[in-house]
Design a binder for this molecule. Structure first.
Ligand code: CA
Length: 234
């Protein structure tokens, strides 16, 4: 099923590269690889991969500059793989145009889920709004974007306009992390103060309304210092 999908892995650590390659080929993805940033950039241009997995710590180039160089000419999904745990690095990578990140060490199911999400969102962009206007379903939660209706286990949940905007944006990008700043800009406009307080207050209200136990969310997860990620659909 994945036979036509080509993934470029830019990673200098051979054991990690081998692990990723075997996971991907077992799922019938076609894998090409580069051990340096320079080789990665040239293969990104010449091989037309459908997705790039990029290690940030490469011997010859900074991964951040690879993201920004690729983004000058391509919107191909890029998932950053990194041992760096600093929140600033995650935010910077997403700001430069990466679609998502995954922190080492990671398991194969996490890796494959991230790849599926990134590929799904890239094909959604191409097919327009029709796909994303179909309702979101996960567990007992349903979000009908057209009717502005949220239900859990069949019970209607009353959200304010802004709460609905937040949850709708997260649901349309489910599986993907959304930066705090992007959410704030989307809901309150480009000139709003980048103050997370108002977003946090709204999120607390949303969780109180939709989560069975707001202290242990199952629908919307916090990526500390980075943003929020909504659970994938069933
Ligand atoms: Ca490395």
């Amino acid at each position: 099923m994945n036979q036509m999908i080509k993934i470029l892995v830019i990673e200098d650590e051979k054991n990690i590269l081998n692990f990723i390659s075997s996971v991907l080929t077992s799922q019938k993805y076609q894998v090409i690889s580069a051990l340096t940033g320079r080789d990665g950039l040239s293969q990104a241009a010449s091989q037309c991969p459908d997705l790039i997995l990029l290690d940030l710590g490469l011997p010859d180039m900074d991964g951040m500059s690879i993201i920004s160089q690729i983004r000058k000419w391509s919107s191909i999904p890029i998932i950053v793989i990194s041992a760096r745990i600093q929140e600033e690095d995650k935010v910077q990578a997403l700001d430069q145009g990466a679609d998502d990140y995954i922190t080492k060490p990671f398991g194969n199911s996490e890796l494959l889920a991230r790849i599926r999400t990134a590929l799904r969102h890239s094909s959604q962009l191409q097919t327009g709004a029709t796909l994303s206007s179909r309702p979101y379903h996960s567990g007992g939660l349903t979000i009908d974007f057209e009717k502005h209706l949220v239900t859990r286990d069949g019970q209607e949940i009353h959200l304010t306009q802004n709460e609905f905007k937040i949850i709708a944006l997260l649901a349309k990008n489910c599986g993907k992390v959304l930066l705090y700043d992007r959410l704030i800009e989307h809901i309150w406009g480009p000139y709003s103060e980048n103050d997370n307080t108002i977003l946090r207050v709204n999120m607390a209200n949303i969780r109180r309304k939709i989560e069975p136990n707001p202290a242990e969310p199952v629908y919307i997860f916090t990526e500390i210092g980075v943003g929020y990620r909504m659970v994938e659909e069933d």
